[in-house]
Each structure stands twice: as C-alpha cells, then as structure tokens.
Design a protein around this ligand. Structure first.
Ligand code: MG
Ligand code: MG
Length: 274
C-alpha cells in the first residue's frame, strides 16, 4: 500500500511499534520448558493491553494468534503444547492489527544456548534482513532488493525457500507486491516513496526443499535441517519521513540494527539516489 498522509503513517508506525514491543516482552519468556501455547498467551495479553489484536487469528482459517515454528519448521507453525528444549531455535511470527493497519514481524530466537551452526544461522539471517532494509530506499527496484538477500544466502551456503518471501502490508496483512528472496538486480517493480513492505529472509542450514505437514499449515524442511526467519515491516520514503524520530539523514532510522523490537522502520532514500 501507499501511505497517504501523516496520520496514516503515524498509525502504521504505531502498529509496528506494538509488534516490536511484544517481541521485546516475549523474549525473556523463551526458556527451556515453556510451551509455544504459553508464549502465545503472553502475546494475546500484550495485544489486548495495547488495544490491538492478532492479524493472524482466523486469517484464512489459521489456528492460533501467532506463528511458532521450531527447528526444522520454516514457517506457519501452530502454537500449542510443544515444550521448548535447551538448544532449540524458535521463530515467532507476530502481527499486530491496530486501528486499521497491520504490523508484521518475525524473529528467530535461541532457546538458551544453541549449537554453533544454529547460532551462525540466526546471526546471518538477521544480518541479511538488515542489509536488505538498508538498501530499500525509494528508487530501488524490487529485483535488486531480492538479489541482496539471495546473494547473502548463497555466499554463506544457506538454502532458501523459493515459494516464500515478503509482501506489501497495509490495511491488509498481505498485499502486493510480493517481495521475493531471490531476484535479478535492476529488474522488477521500482519502489517509490510510500510503500509499506515486509522483508523476510528465511535461510536454512540444508537444502531448499520443503513440505507441508498434515496439519495443513506447518512447512518443514525435507532434509530436517533447521531454518531461521527474520521479518520486519518498513516504510520506504524519499521525503524525510524519517524525521519522525529525529534522525533525518540516515538511510534507516529507528534502531534498524537493534536486536528486536523495531518493526516499523522508516527508510529514507539513499542520498545518492535522490
Ligand atoms: Mg509477513
Ligand atoms: Mg509475519
């Protein structure tokens, strides 16, 4: 979608900040012994406190208020009675619906200490997201954005799921355009000032083949390798929208590289393109 005015921009930003706050709230609860259903209940409570609701609940028949994808689950895991173990990784995809706008964000967390390859997977997937956001100014072509993510994964030997990627966000959780994790530089739609998009690299330690479980939702890797998924919603602006947080002049404002809790970023056009 394209942001039409300052009021919409502010509300959109607030939806993102709520999702960000909930990630910050939930992180200390991600410990060995907790169930994904218990994590979900914390999210539901915080959404209520913030005057928001889950974008996911009931969406296309989705069960649950969050997506909780463990280990070899790539996306769309269903929260429930499963108990997190020391050394697991868990992706929580949280989307807040607030006054007509969605804020969509996912983060993969370690459960206590994790193996070196899992730690590397998390670090690199998060870094790929940061790099992609930094390059997502107005006048960037989507293909270039996608290519950044693709190259990042290839150079480090990660698999990627061709079928899944980011998307436009607005009054609907999923809107055009599709923001693929693979693409050709200089090709595809040109990002103009205003669009709000979710960027979401998903990297896997093994191959790129996935399958869906019998629950009709959960997508897992065929080879059982673990997967990470980091997602943030950003607004592409060329006119100084970043002024909202007083940091005009930087490409990415609002803690672009912070650990979690930064999902309504305001991205300025890189100065060389203006
Ligand atoms: Mg998304
Ligand atoms: Mg999401």
């Amino acid at each position: 979608m394209t942001i039409k005015n300052q009021a919409e921009l502010d509300t959109m930003r607030e939806a993102g900040r709520i999702a960000a706050w909930i990630h910050a709230e939930i992180e200390p609860a991600i410990v060995p012994g907790v169930t994904t259903g218990e994590l979900e209940r914390i999210v539901v409570d915080r959404l209520r406190v913030a005057g928001a609701s889950s974008s996911f609940y009931g969406y296309l028949g989705l069960p649950g208020h969050i997506r909780a994808s463990e280990k070899d689950e790539v996306v769309h895991g269903i929260p429930g009675r499963r108990i997190l173990q020391l050394g697991d990784i868990i992706t929580l995809d949280i989307s807040a619906y607030y006054r007509g706008f969605h804020g969509d964000s996912a983060w993969t967390y370690p459960v206590g200490i994790v193996a070196d390859d899992a730690a590397r997977l998390l670090r690199d997937t998060e870094a790929a997201l940061s790099v992609a956001i930094a390059g997502a100014g107005a006048n960037t072509r989507l293909g270039s954005l996608s290519h950044t993510i693709e190259t990042f994964a290839e150079q480090r030997g990660y698999g990627m799921v061709p079928a899944y990627g980011g998307h436009g966000v607005g009054r609907e959780m999923h809107e055009e355009p599709h923001v693929a994790n693979r693409g050709e530089p200089g090709r595809g739609q040109m990002l103009r000032s205003g669009p709000k998009i979710a960027i979401e690299p998903m990297f896997m330690l093994g191959g790129e083949e996935t399958r869906q479980l019998d629950d009709g939702w959960t997508v897992v890797t065929v080879d059982g390798s673990w997967a990470a998924h980091f997602e943030r919603t950003v607004v592409v602006t060329a006119d100084g929208g970043g002024n909202l947080d007083g940091k005009a002049g930087t490409n990415v404002t609002m803690n672009a590289y912070a650990r979690a809790g930064q999902h309504a970023l305001l991205v300025r056009a890189p100065s060389r393109l203006m």
